[in-house]
Design a protein around this ligand. Structure first.
Ligand code: AQP
Length: 343
C-alpha cells in the first residue's frame, strides 16, 4: 500500500530552545506544510524521562508551541499539540516495549550519553524513550520525520520496530483484513548544512538545552543584543576562513559558524565561503551576527508575545490534540485487533 506523505516531528519541552533545535528541526517544519500533511508535537511525555519541575514543564510546553508558530507553522494547516493529550501514544509505546528488545535500547548512544556512569539509577523511561518515539511516529503512519543528525539512530530503531511488528504479527494483520505493510518504514529527513549545530564554546560538543553554559547556545528567546554578543564571543581558531569547504576539515568551530550562516541564509557552505573565504573573523562574525539578529530577534519577540497569551496557546494545543487523537485512534483500533486485545 502507498502511504500518503505525512510528516511527524516532536520537540521536548525540557529547557531553553536553541538555535540547534531551530535549524535542525523547527525551521524545516515550515516548507513541509506545502508538500505533506504535517503533525508537530510538543513531546512532554519524553521530557519527564528526566526530572522536570511541573510548573517549568507547563511553561516549556507553551514555549515550544510558541516557537513552532512564531517560526511559521500554521496551526490550522498543521496539527500542533502536546503528546500527553493523546493517550494512544502511551498505549502504542507499551505494545512496542513488548516488540523491541532490551539489547536494541542498550545500544542507543543518546541513552549512554544521558545515563553516563549512572545507568542503574536513571528512569526506566529514559531507556524506553526510543520505543515511545517510535509510537509517536507510527501512530500517525508518518512517512517522513525531519530531525537533526543526533536522532538518526532513534529513527533507525523506529524502522526496526515497524518491520518487526509487521513481521511478528503478519498472520494476524492478514486475518484482520489489513495491509501486510501495516506500519510504514519511515524516512528520516536529515539534510542541509545544519543537521548538527555545535556549542559556541566548544566546536566538538553538540549545542544542547542541557549544557550548563548559557554562552554555549543561542536561545530562541535571546534578544538582539544577546544574540550578537554570543556570536562575537564564540570560540574560534585564529586562521582566516578557507576558500573551499575542504579547508573546514579539522576546524570544528569554523565549520559550525559557516554552517549556521549557510542555514540561516538558505545557502550552501560553498556559497558562503565564496563570499567570506580568505577573510578573517573580523569580517565574518559581524555579518553572521547581523544575519542571526535579523532572522531570530523578530521570532523571539513573537514567541514572547505568544507565551504570555496562554489562552490562545492552550486552545491551539487542545484543538490539535483532538485532531491528533482522531487519527491516533484509527491506528490503535487496528493495533488492538492485530495484537489480540478484546474491547
Ligand atoms: N545541536 C543540534 N543541531 C541540530 N539539531 C538539533 N536538535 C537538537 N539539538 C540539535 C534537534 O532538535 C530536535 C528536538 O530535540 P529534542 O528536544 O527532542 O531533544 P534533544 O535532541 O535531546 O535536544 P537538546 O536540545 O540537545 O536537549 P538535551 O540537552 O536535553 O539533550 C530534534 O530533531 C533534534 O535532532
Amino acid at each position: 500500500m502507498a502511504f500518503s506523505p505525512r510528516v511527524f516531528s516532536g520537540i521536548q519541552p525540557s529547557g531553553d530552545l536553541h538555535l540547534g533545535n531551530y535549524l535542525g528541526a523547527i525551521r524545516r517544519f515550515v516548507p513541509l506544510q506545502d508538500t505533506h500533511e504535517t503533525i508537530y508535537c510538543v513531546v512532554d511525555m519524553h521530557a519527564i524521562t528526566v526530572w522536570q519541575e511541573p510548573n517549568a514543564l507547563r511553561r516549556a510546553t507553551r514555549e515550544v508551541a510558541a516557537a513552532f508558530i512564531a517560526a511559521g507553522v500554521d496551526p490550522k494547516r498543521s496539527i500542533v499539540f502536546n503528546q500527553s493529550q493523546v493517550m494512544q501514544h502511551a498505549e502504542l509505546a507499551w505494545v512496542f516495549n513488548c516488540v523491541a528488545r532490551i539489547g536494541w535500547m542498550n545500544r542507543m548512544t543518546q541513552f549512554k550519553d544521558k545515563a553516563g556512569k549512572n545507568s542503574e539509577n536513571v528512569s526506566l523511561g529514559l531507556l524506553a524513550y526510543p520505543s515511545l518515539m517510535a509510537a509517536d511516529i507510527l501512530l500517525y503512519k508518518a512517512t517522513a520525520v525531519p530531525v537533526g543528525d543526533d536522532q538518526k539512530q532513534h529513527l533507525e530503531l523506529t524502522r526496526d520496530i515497524a518491520a518487526k511488528f509487521n513481521n511478528d504479527y503478519a498472520a494476524s494483520i492478514v486475518e484482520q483484513g489489513l495491509d501486510p505493510d501495516f506500519f510504514p518504514i519511515t524516512e528520516p529527513l536529515i539534510a542541509g548544512p545544519a543537521t548538527r549545530i555545535m556549542s559556541l564554546r566548544d566546536g566538538t560538543k553538540k549545542m544542547s538545552k542541557s549544557d550548563p553554559s548559557d554562552q554555549s547556545r543561542i536561545s530562541l528567546l535571546d534578544d538582539a543584543d544577546a544574540i550578537s554578543k554570543k556570536i562575537k564571543k564564540a570560540t574560534t581558531d585564529p586562521a582566516e576562513l578557507p576558500v573551499e569547504v575542504e579547508g573546514l576539515k579539522g576546524r570544528p568551530e569554523a565549520d559550525n559558524l559557516v554552517g549556521i550562516y549557510a542555514a540561516l541564509s538558505d545557502k550552501t557552505k560553498t556559497e558562503v565561503l565564496a563570499e567570506f573565504g580568505g577573510h578573517g573573523w573580523g569580517k565574518f562574525k559581524p555579518a553572521l551576527a547581523d544575519l542571526a539578529v535579523a532572522q531570530l530577534a523578530p521570532m523571539a519577540g513573537e514567541m514572547r508575545r505568544l507565551i504570555e497569551d496562554t489562552t490562545t496557546i492552550d486552545a491551539i494545543l487542545r484543538d490539535g490534540g483532538e485532531r491528533a487523537a482522531a487519527l491516533a485512534e484509527k491506528t490503535m483500533h487496528d493495533v488492538r485487533r492485530i495484537v489480540g486485545f478484546i474491547r
